[in-house]
Design a protein around this ligand. Structure first.
Ligand SMILES: [Mg+2]
Length: 235
């Protein structure tokens, strides 16, 4: 069994700013803060880490867990409509076809490894009916640290694969995904549909990197090579 752990934003979909707008609304409603996301770069960061950054940088508050949770509750409320109405929402090239193919292939086990809290992940993926492909994951609601999230996703996947995988790889669009994968002891596959180029993803250590996920044949071929490498390093 090959376990693939997908990031969401910049990897599977772009929400067209729905996440940013929802967080902005949450801070506006709870703290009267305008333009909370201005100057904040969310790529590769977890939802609770982004919320904490806004508290510290914009409000000069070191937030409690309770305060972070309260913001994220309002965020999720806003996210429902923001995702539904987002004009810029799109599924990235090849994603529908690739997930459909992998889903029908018993060699693969698909999970999520994302900084989104679980409820947010479900809202973002459900608009395009992508949520159903994933049977488990690690989320921003599990931890503020991406490293911990990836480790939890890996552990949950291993349990489902009886601890005998042919490959475990994280697929993500930022160097943060790649570092978290390596820290968790698994391979990293970069995809340049977010803010980083293929070269930048290779330079940050990705075992493989794709421009996008539209060439399913090429994806399968490279995953096969990666899987052979995995089994060689583990035997
Ligand atoms: Mg991402």
């Amino acid at each position: 069994m090959k376990i693939l752990l997908f990031d969401i934003d910049g990897t599977l979909i772009l929400s067209g700013g729905a996440g940013d707008r929802s967080l902005t609304k949450a801070f506006e409603r709870l703290y009267g803060l305008q333009r909370a996301m201005q100057g904040i770069k969310p790529a590769g960061k977890t939802d609770p880490a982004i919320v904490r950054e806004i508290f510290v940088r914009k409000l000069n508050i070191e937030p409690t867990d309770e305060q972070i949770k309260e913001v994220l509750d309002v965020y999720v409320e806003c996210l429902v409509d923001e995702v539904k109405n987002s004009k810029g929402y799109r599924v990235l090239p090849g994603v529908h076809e690739l997930l459909e193919k992998l889903d029908g292939d018993r060699d693969f086990l698909l999970g999520l490894a994302t900084g989104n809290i679980e409820r947010g992940a479900r809202i973002k993926l459900s608009r395009a009916d992508l949520w159903r492909y994933f049977s488990f994951g690690g989320f921003g609601s599990d931890s503020e640290e991406r490293d911990v999230i990836v480790r939890m996703a890996v552990e949950r996947g291993l349990r489902l694969a009886d601890y005998d995988p042919e490959l475990v790889a994280v697929i993500g669009d930022t160097p943060r995904d790649i570092k978290a994968a390596h820290d968790a002891g698994v391979f990293a596959v970069g995809v340049a549909t977010g803010p980083y180029s293929v070269d930048e993803l290779y330079n940050s250590g990705a075992e493989i990197a794709f421009e996008d996920l539209s060439d399913i044949g090429d994806f399968y071929k490279k995953i096969k090579v990666l899987s052979e490498k995995w089994q060689k390093t583990r035997s």
